[in-house]
Structures are given as structure tokens and as C-alpha cells.
Design a protein around this ligand. Structure first.
Ligand code: ZN
Length: 130
């Protein structure tokens, strides 16, 4: 089942660890496949996991289910710099609460629709979709 969900999710760097269905919402706990991260200071690889941090992000719906990703954004420690850093997640912006492809989907809808319709279709307020 997890493998199927990982394929359905189709974000190549990610593995679905677990899933939880709550009404019309599907929560997927995901983490990156790789066990290493690149230090942003010195560019060296680090395998030294410092801390696990979870953040929630809205993704494209699957069928009639809204998808919320529970992303394990790991914190690594660089042995060279002796500093900790967050791994880079390329499918979601640093301080965004939704994935890039979710945002792209909104943009596509905006082209053929007006702002308040898109906001309505996605359960967002006008403010969030700008
Ligand atoms: Zn470093």
C-alpha cells in the first residue's frame, strides 16, 4: 500500500511512510529517500542526522480526497562547519505551506478563471491565492 501511494504521489525524491484518512482528507507522512544532505555552508555531504521536524503542506488532490503532506524535514549537522542545517526540499518552498505543483495548479486555474472562483474551488481565501 505504501509503495502504491509513493507511486501515486509521484514526487520522485519522496517515500510515503504512512497514511491516514480523515473524512475527505488524506494525510501522507513523507520523507526523502536519501539519507544524506548537502551543507549549505561548505557544500559537503552530511549523514549526521541531528533532528526530525515535521511540517504540513497541501498537495494536489487525489480523486475526491484533499491531500496534506506531513513532511519530515530533517535537520543535519555538518562535521566540517560544526553547524546544523535543514535539508533542502525542492518540491516545496522554504516557508510555503503547499507544494510547487499545487501552486502551479492554482496558477493554471487563475489563467482561465477569476481570483475568487479559484479561491472558492480550492478552499482558500482571496488573500492566500494572490
Ligand atoms: Zn559544512
Amino acid at each position: 500500500m505504501k509503495r502504491v501511494l509513493t507511486q501515486l504521489l509521484n514526487l520522485s525524491a519522496l517515500v510515503v511512510e504512512s497514511s491516514l484518512q480523515e473524512g475527505s482528507i488524506l494525510f501522507l507522512s513523507v520523507s526523502k529517500k536519501t539519507k544524506i544532505a548537502i551543507c549549505p555552508q561548505c557544500g559537503k555531504k552530511s549523514e549526521h542526522l541531528h533532528q526530525n521536524q515535521n511540517s504540513l503542506g497541501k498537495d494536489l488532490p487525489m480523486g475526491d480526497k484533499e491531500v496534506i503532506l506531513n513532511v519530515n524535514r530533517r535537520r543535519f549537522k555538518c562535521k566540517t562547519c560544526r553547524k546544523t542545517f535543514n535539508e533542502k526540499l525542492d518540491f516545496v518552498g522554504a516557508r510555503k505551506t503547499y507544494t510547487h505543483r499545487y501552486a502551479e495548479n492554482i496558477v493554471k486555474q487563475l489563467i482561465s478563471s477569476n481570483v475568487s472562483n479559484v479561491a472558492e474551488n480550492n478552499g482558500l481565501t482571496d488573500e492566500e491565492s494572490r
